[in-house]
Design a protein around this ligand. Structure first.
Ligand SMILES: [Zn+2]
Length: 190
């Protein structure tokens, strides 16, 4: 048993978020994956120029009314700790190989494939790092970059790659190699 939420210093809070975050991702994946769909043929056709078929074939997508915040946020709130990231406003999220798309924060139809590409970059990051290290880098990156969502290195990489995808006009690049290179350049793949 660790300290309760109310007794934690910042380092303990980050460890709490990592431990609970890992379990949340596992739970959410198990909850949603059975009712999620494979990529549609038109999505697959666009993504396969950038991501290996073996990766794409494992991806599942599910549209949900809203992305819920983790249940452990209630314990944080009771302890007077402000919400780390508000997932309810997010358009998409990836639990390893299982992507949720939000209706409440839905992107325009013209951006729908780009969003799936973005989430697929997180799927590649999970594959490269494993679940535990992905969550650890996400949480510690968030803390190290001023608790700003947009500055989280794993997000910066995914956003830069989805921008490159959007401007590529279908000219292929190896997204997995790009993900690996970016992780290694920060010493993150060690
Ligand atoms: Zn993202």
């Amino acid at each position: 048993m660790g300290p309760t939420a109310g007794e934690m210093n910042q380092e303990q809070l980050l460890e709490y978020l990592i431990a609970h975050g890992v379990r949340w991702v596992q739970d959410q994946r198990a909850t949603h994956r059975p009712s999620a769909r494979p990529l549609l043929p038109e999505e697959n056709a666009k993504l396969q120029l950038f991501v290996a078929a073996e990766v794409l074939s494992n991806i599942r997508v599910k549209t949900v009314p809203m992305i819920d915040n983790p249940p452990f946020y209630r314990d944080l709130a009771r302890a007077g700790i402000s919400m780390p990231l508000d997932f309810r406003v997010m358009s998409g999220i990836t639990f390893q190989d299982t992507i949720l798309i939000s209706q409440a924060a839905r992107v325009p139809d013209s951006q729908a494939v780009r969003l799936i590409f973005h989430e697929s970059m997180h799927a590649l990051q999970y594959r490269e790092l494993g679940l535990e290290r992905f969550i650890r880098q996400y949480v510690l990156g968030w803390a190290a970059c001023g608790f700003q969502y947009a500055a989280i290195p794993l997000e910066v990489d995914a956003y830069e790659l989805d921008a490159r995808f959007a401007s590529s006009s279908g000219t292929p690049f190896d997204a997995a190699a790009e993900v690996r290179r970016r992780l290694a350049s920060r010493g993150a793949a060690a």
